[in-house]
Design a protein around this ligand. Structure first.
Ligand code: C2O
Ligand code: CU
Length: 576
């Protein structure tokens, strides 16, 4: 009886396994990363491209597929790695693509095989994760469809993909030198916002709506590298817009003139559908929204993207929603939607608070085993401007953690555990007065199968009355966002946590002078970065490292270890 029932359960399990991964494939890709001339915003510059394309090729796969990217570094003067943002890398932590954390940077001329399973449908992207290579243009989209025989929990007729980024005319090398100089030189606001790598710097698609004469109407034929990709639609259909942001700095807001949007997916997780006029999107996030083409079909409509959270000095990015059979050259009747005021944080908070898990989504454990509170401050260290977490500014080691922890190479990084809290008398509303801030590379060691809470605590930056937005991204996991709050987090705030339907995400923002509470379970052996997704902030030290059950990691490819102290070890073992 017991045996029979067991057999039946096994049979059903096998059937459902067959169902969800019935036709899983390995998708083989060969990519060359190289610098090339390109005009992302109609002005020629140098970008980091893949196979002669900018942005890099879009990867399209089905849930359960294996992706294999044979990545060759054709950069000549620097190493490279690529991170698959939102993919948890279960069983393949060495393929996470983080230099100094999961692997050695791939040297010029060398090839690395990124091989990993995409286990969950959703809207993802990939990008460089060494130095500031994401700012240099090393990114692209990664879209995972539901497995054969599965369906999405919503209906749509067709879809569009919009990868958003920001662009500077100054090279990343120039930017990087400024960030690490004394006195500090900030990169400033981006020159242009890009949609799928296309924007217009020296002209405006909607100049005739503005009352200034400083910008000219764009005169584009449509085949230029900077010409907008127009979204051609049919009346009375439902379209899915997949929107992801890989900006270096800018927090964005997107609106479609005359159309409402229904949000259905966030970071590869289904959310309880809700309707909005515009969405906020921070670097590292992705959304799917549905729009219904139920407006007058004889007109075209603007899609506009503008900057939030910093005083904008960058024009809106624009493209057209073009109803067939109306001509795409017909200028919309109404001006582009206006981006909400940059510092209208109530608008942003109200949007964030609407994002809840779709019914039936996994729920968080009721209690936590460990709570790590992370104070975000801007500091001066020997006169250099840095960002620090609990008074430590992250400076990555030369030996990647995954190998050094696996092989217990004790001298590879600071063995002292970083602090799990900050001084109780620290005033988060005042500029930092913490003279003991240092650079460091210690690791939070997390045993497997524990429930970890992370409380991100924002604070005043170096300037009086200034606190910035930081979108924090976790590798190797989705976390539940239990809540957002104002001021300093206290024990009392815990009572307000949403344990009923908190959304699962891989990126969550902290608002100025506020806190954000996250929870995750350590069920994925590996070493995972957790950091602000603003690239210059990460470069200035705004991140921490979690190591999770690394003794259970087996099969790290030698190539991921071929540098630093693991490099020596690897050479010795191969010689023996
Ligand atoms: Cu998309 Cu560590 O980042
Ligand atoms: Cu930041």
């Amino acid at each position: 009886m017991g045996f029979l029932r067991g057999g039946l359960v096994l049979f059903i399990l096998l059937c459902s396994f067959e169902k969800s991964f019935g036709s899983r494939k390995t998708r083989h890709l060969k990519w060359d990363v190289e610098y090339m001339f390109w005009s992302p915003d109609c002005k020629e510059n140098v970008v980091m491209g893949i196979n002669g394309q900018f942005p890099g090729p879009t990867i399209r796969a089905k849930a359960g597929d294996t992706i294999s990217v044979l990545l060759t570094n054709k950069l000549h003067t620097e190493g490279v790695v690529i991170h698959w943002h939102g993919i948890r890398q279960v069983g393949t932590p060495w393929a996470d693509g983080t230099a100094s954390i999961s692997q050695c940077a791939i040297n010029p001329g060398e090839t690395f095989d990124y091989r990993f399973i995409v286990d969950k449908p959703g809207t993802y992207f990939y990008h460089g994760h060494f130095g500031m290579q994401r700012s240099a243009g090393l990114y692209g989209s990664l879209i995972v469809d539901v497995a054969d025989g599965e369906t999405e929990p919503f209906h749509y007729d067709a879809e569009f993909n919009m990868l958003l980024s920001d662009w500077w005319h100054q090279s990343v090398h120039h930017q990087e030198v400024g960030l690490s100089s004394k006195p500090f030189r900030w990169i400033g606001e981006p020159q242009t916002l890009l949609i799928n790598g296309r924007g217009q710097f020296n002209c405006s698609l909607a100049a005739h709506f503005s009352n200034t004469t400083s910008t000219n109407q764009c005169n584009l034929r449509g085949n230029e590298q900077c010409a907008p990709q127009i979204l051609r639609v049919l009346p009375n259909k439902t379209y899915r817009l997949r929107i992801a942001s890989t900006t270096a700095l800018a927090s964005l807001n997107l609106a479609v003139g005359g159309h409402k949007m229904v949000v259905v997916e966030a970071d590869g997780n289904y959310v309880q559908p809700f309707q909005v006029e515009d969405i906020d999107i921070y670097s590292g996030e992705s959304y799917s929204v549905l729009i219904r083409t139920n407006q007058e079909a004889s007109k075209n409509y603007w899609i506009s993207i503008g900057v939030r959270g910093r005083r904008p000095q960058t024009p809106q990015a624009l493209t057209l929603l073009n109803y067939a059979p109306t001509s795409a050259s017909k200028i919309p009747f109404s001006p582009p939607p206006i981006t909400p005021t940059w510092n209208d944080y109530d608008h942003s908070k109200s949007f964030s608070n609407k994002i809840l898990a779709l019914m039936g989504s996994p729920k968080p454990p009721r209690n936590h085993d460990r709570r790590i509170i992370l104070l975000n401050t801007q500091n001066l260290i020997d006169g250099f401007t840095k960002w620090s977490i609990n008074n430590i500014s992250l400076h990555l080691p030369s030996t990647p953690y995954l190998g050094s922890i696996k092989y217990s190479l004790k001298t590879a990084f600071d063995n002292k555990s970083p602090p799990e809290n900050f001084a109780s008398d620290y005033d988060v509303m005042k500029p930092p007065v913490n003279p003991n801030t240092t650079t460091g590379n210690g690791v939070y060691m997390l045993p497997l199968n524990t429930t970890v809470d992370v409380i991100l605590q924002n604070a005043n930056a170096l300037e009086v009355n200034v606190s910035e937005i930081h979108p924090w991204h976790l590798h190797g996991h989705d976390f539940w966002v239990l809540g957002y709050g104002e001021g300093k987090f206290t024990k009392e705030d815990e009572k307000k946590f949403n344990l009923k339907n908190p959304p699962l995400r891989n990126t969550a923002v902290i608002f100025p002078f506020g806190w954000t509470a996250l929870r995750f379970v350590t069920d994925n052996p590996g070493v995972w970065a957790f950091h602000c997704h603003i690239e210059p902030h990460l470069h200035m030290g705004m991140g921490v490292v979690f190591a999770e059950g690394v003794q259970h990691v087996n099969g790290i490819p030698n190539q991921a270890l071929a540098c630093g102290l693991t490099g020596n070890r690897f050479m010795k073992t191969t010689q023996n």
